[in-house]
Design a protein around this ligand. Structure first.
Ligand SMILES: NC(=O)c1ccc[n+]([C@@H]2O[C@H](COP(=O)([O-])OP(=O)(O)OC[C@H]3O[C@@H](n4cnc5c(N)ncnc54)[C@H](O)[C@@H]3O)[C@@H](O)[C@H]2O)c1
Length: 281
């Protein structure tokens, strides 16, 4: 990676995106362009705070024009063209998405538009501008119904169980077409559940902590808390993105997880122990 590189981080105001930009600016790797629609899937105020934190932490980068935050959608083709022409993007980290599994069941069209069609627009521009690297944030949800455990990247992932997973898998497959037609370097990182500071309010760690301080918040414990999830700390996830940016694999899919799934009931016990509070179920 060279100092003249220009990184476009879509979804940069969100949880993972704001941490990635923090690291890119800290390492002083090049110019960083944040593109985010600040949608209301969860409070846009949280996203504005994430960006304000970056601007406070890196005032010189802002002053020098090395960090630019743009509010807009990856579905706005004209805006994308303007960004690519003006900033000569060399690397794309594509995180912008609707990311909720449950909410995807009632908004399939919206998920298709952003997670699939939006990704296609970016791939198109990435190919025509011959960017060096395109990193796409996918999800462990693509494994869906499979008997191949632990999840392995060579699984066909042909039986996703939610619209969210289906749109991400479809985008992964489309990315392969762009790699094949244009020799675009594409690395797909399949994230497992990510946790850490500035975590998403719709995810379990945040919900549990809220339930500790607000007894009116209850937690739905399905399956007697036996359900297991693999949790990955945000800094480790960001290490994976930085490593992926340094390599050009052609087309590669990589699982990014901890490899140590824990039961929901155990997770709740830990949070109760650490907070000294009881969580209402
Ligand atoms: N956090 C996790 O545990 C996890 C797990 C698996 C995969 N992922 C994937 O990682 C990526 C980042 O997830 P996150 O947890 O940071 O989610 P997030 O919701 O915090 O961030 C996504 C960002 O994308 C923005 N966005 C949505 N639609 C957009 C559009 N049309 N144009 C521009 N911006 C748009 C949102 O405003 C938001 O800030 C997503 O693609 C998600 O599917 C996350």
């Amino acid at each position: 990676m060279a100092k003249s590189d220009v990184y476009l981080v879509t979804g940069g105001a969100g949880f993972v995106g704001s941490h990635l930009i923090d690291r890119l600016l800290e390492l002083n790797l090049g110019h960083v362009i944040l593109l985010d629609s600040f949608n209301d899937y969860y409070s846009p105020i949280i996203k504005q705070r994430n960006v304000a934190l970056l601007e406070d932490r890196y005032p010189t980068h802002v002053f020098d024009g090395n960090f630019i935050a743009i509010q807009g959608s990856i579905n706005d083709e004209e805006l994308l063209r303007m960004i690519f022409t003006k900033y000569k993007i060399t690397h794309i980290v594509h995180l912008a998405a609707l990311a909720g599994v449950r909410s995807s069941t009632s908004q399939i069209g919206k998920y298709m538009e952003i997670n699939y069609s939006g990704t296609q627009l970016l791939l198109d521009l990435a190919a025509s501008q011959k960017v060096k690297q395109f990193i796409f944030a996918s999800t462990s949800s693509v494994y869906g119904q499979t008997d191949k455990l632990p999840f392995v990247e060579t699984d066909s992932c042909a039986q996703p169980l939610s619209p969210y997973a289906a749109t991400k898998r479809a985008a992964e497959i489309l990315a392969h077409v762009y790699h094949n037609m244009n020799e675009l370097n594409i690395t797909i990182l399949r994230l497992f559940n990510v946790y850490g500071p500035r975590g998403r309010p719709d995810m379990m760690p945040f919900k549990l902590m809220r339930a500790c301080i607000d007894p009116t918040c209850t937690i739905d414990v399905f399956d007697d808390g036996e359900i297991k999830r693999d949790w990955t700390y945000i800094d480790d996830v960001i290490d994976a993105f930085i490593n992926a940016l340094e390599q050009q694999y052609g087309y590669e899919i990589i699982n990014i997880g901890c490899g140590n799934p824990i039961k929901l009931s155990t997770f709740i016990e830990h949070i109760e122990h650490l907070s000294g509070k009881h969580i209402s179920k």
